[in-house]
Design a protein around this ligand. Sequence first.
Ligand code: AP5
Ligand code: MG
Ligand code: ZN
Length: 209
Amino acid sequence: MNIILLGAPGAGKGTQATRIAEKYRLPHISTGDIFRDNIKRGTEIGLLAKSYTDKGQLVPDEVTCKIVEGRLKEADCADGYLLDGFPRNLFQAEELDKFSKVDAVINIDIDLSLLMDRLCGRRVCKDCGESYHINFLGGKSDCEKCGGELYQRKDDNEETVGNRLKVYGEQTAPLIEYYRKKNVLINIDGVGTIDEVFARIAAALGQAK
Ligand code: AP5
Ligand code: MG
Ligand code: ZN
């Protein structure tokens, strides 16, 4: 099954993606993770992406679409994939339709007012990418899953989060209607514990199969 995870910054896409990918044995493809990895390695794509991600703006469509098109051609995507953070505007959605078929779009629905706190309090594992929130870490600074060191993303500060939420509202939110019209939208209430949200997604995907 080819699945897209849609949702505002901090809605829980990455958190749920890890769990969905494990349960349904799908490769988890996060364009944000791809850009952060390129930035870390200092590649040409990374140098370009950094100037956008640091400001909370979208990396240009040509670059992003090319990366995703190439990635979906890899062997591990032959039986399905889980896209997290792509598409993010109408142009990207229309491009994706040209090179792949989308079976289900999971929209994690959450009130935007909750997201500033979620994002500014987020800590991410350097090694496995798992996300945590400082309120639940009890002062720990390493990953529960793999022992890796936790860090704060450079774009998780008030100013950049503000921009990311604005960009989401203007460019990404219209995709909800785009996919509703195509009859592939699954709306999931994103409020609740991580396990509760995951149970809703698993139940909806069970029916979509
Ligand atoms: P990206 O990495 O995709 O960031 P984002 O969309 O802003 O989303 P996040 O990763 O911040 O949030 P999430 O929904 O994954 O939440 P998470 O699960 O971590 O993109 C970054 C940048 O890359 C963009 O700004 C752009 O510049 C560029 N980019 C990426 N894709 C692009 C594209 N297609 N085109 C152009 N540019 C692109 O959870 C957040 C926090 O909440 C965590 O602390 C977590 O522990 C906590 N949490 C999760 N679930 C719950 C819950 N149920 N209850 C309580 N807390 C929870
Ligand atoms: Mg994420
Ligand atoms: Zn880890």
